[in-house]
Design a protein around this ligand. Sequence first.
Ligand code: T6T
Length: 335
Amino acid sequence: MERRIFLSLLGASAAVAGTSLRPFIAPAHAAGEGKKIKIGFLPGVVDPFYQVMQVGVEAAAKDLGLEVVTQIPQTWGVDVQTPILDAMVARGDLNYLITAPTDKDQMVGPLKAAVDAGIKVITVDTFLGDGDYVKGPVTFPISYIGSDNVEGGRISARGLAKAIGGKGSVYINSTNPNVSSVEGREQGFKEVMAKEFPDIKVLGPDYNLDDMNKAQQQTAAVLEREQNLGGVFGTNVFSAQGAGTAVVNAGLGGHVQVVAYDATKAAIELMNNGVVTLVLAQKPFDMGYMGVEFAQADAAGVTSLPRRVQTGFAIIDKDNVKDPAIARFIYQVPG
Ligand code: T6T
């Protein structure tokens, strides 16, 4: 009511001034006057990273008084994510979708279908196309909110290179090709190794398909084959934990250095045991929280939301892990 009075006052003063204020009179609710917006949350897979993101989504929904419907795939992949997405669209009551596409190309069609059905899309953690929603091949999402994964890969490379003294060979264990997040990490990692550390040879990546056991087996096989391996870069939760476990099982903790992307408690424990040298914490809570804020702002008529938001990192090592300002970014999974 207050809002209506405010808008009619604006209208009156615009009439006096002889200008139109129509662009400012945007609906507060996408679903129509008086109805709250409803948001779907569809991340990539059940893991501590997305569980923390869910905490962020739910916190924002509570703070803003919005309703969220969450569906988390049990395993990673287009084949698993698409039918869940289709079912969310078929409900017919969602206005926004906050999602992490499991493939930067193959999820374009299914998500465009959601947009055509009237659901606005915000991508978090992973992007579609090249992630440039202004000039790139895919422009329909409102925004991409996530880490600068290429930079994360660069940071990981410098950390690993330093830990092994700038020479030798290192191995990348990753999840899947064509996923923007891990692809960016691999790219940044290889770029820095090639440019700054010519005496380091990079092996891999092997793709574990988000299966920690597979990551462990793949790393064990490389450790067996490459007797002089100096280090491993695990590009996400599953890769880093599988790699770390393989190094421990081979009795090589402290000899083969591991850099872990994603600050799970397991990764921190491996660091405390001298196996992992560096942990990159992303900010999944922020991604989830801001995704909901963006949906609400869009529904209220905000037209200048940034199309790309970088959420940043905390770089954790044994010297700063006890610092509360850093330790707060270790993924705290509820329950
Ligand atoms: O590393 C995160 C996420 O950023 C990536 O896109 C997929 O894997 C994780 O969810 C960790 O398992």
